[in-house]
Design a binder for this molecule. Structure first.
Ligand SMILES: Cc1cc2nc3c(=O)[nH]c(=O)nc-3n(C[C@H](O)[C@H](O)[C@H](O)COP(=O)(O)O)c2cc1C
Length: 164
């Protein structure tokens, strides 16, 4: 593996990238700069933030690079939603996928992203019988917290150390 390539919106993903870069010794590039600086088919680890189960930038990165593993940063708990995310992004079974909990930073959200989160919060808040998943989501959305933590990279690092 040669590099980590990432896409972030409010900064949680880049925080994970900094941790992973330090632990692996791999250089990190934003998706935009990687397209200029890395040769096509370079072996990379791709890290992107989750938007309605889509990993931002993944499709583009997969066209240009040889992706060896994917880290998806979302509001979901670390290690959950793997099957849904794999399916939504058509990530083949031979590519390891890790989810890591980022957080929510409503102050930094703009435009469509802000609008969608506000709509989701409104609709969950007005619903009578929330499922436990919906309750958890509403709590997380209200919390406006940053959950980035080195602990959340343990599974990824186990995989990396046995495949580098
Ligand atoms: C419009 C929108 C949709 C989102 N959809 C999901 C989702 O489907 N699953 C999830 O776990 N998190 C979802 N999130 C939460 C973000 O992935 C989370 O805030 C993440 O930490 C953002 O990373 P960043 O700070 O690197 O941009 C969504 C956030 C926004 C604004």
């Amino acid at each position: 593996m040669r590099a980590i390539v990432f896409t972030t919106n409010t900064g949680h993903t880049i925080e994970y990238v900094r941790i992973l870069s330090e632990k692996t010794g791999l250089s990190a590039y934003s998706l935009e700069s990687s397209l200029k600086e890395l040769p096509s088919r370079t072996e990379i680890i791709y890290c992107g933030w989750l938007f309605a189960n889509t990993i931002k930038g993944y499709k583009k990165a997969a066209k240009h690079f040889n992706i060896k593993a994917v880290c998806a940063v979302g509001l979901c708990d670390t290690g959950t939603s793997i099957d849904e995310v794999r399916k939504s992004n058509s990530i083949s079974e031979n590519i390891p996928l890790f989810t890591m909990q980022g957080g929510i930073n409503k102050v930094k959200l703009r435009g469509i992203n802000k609008f969608m989160i506000n709509m989701l919060m409104k609709s969950l808040s007005s619903k009578k019988d929330l499922t436990s998943d919906e309750k958890r989501m509403l709590e997380l959305l209200n919390s406006d917290k940053n959950y980035v933590n080195e602990e959340n990279t343990v599974e990824f690092m186990k995989w990396y150390n046995s495949h580098k």
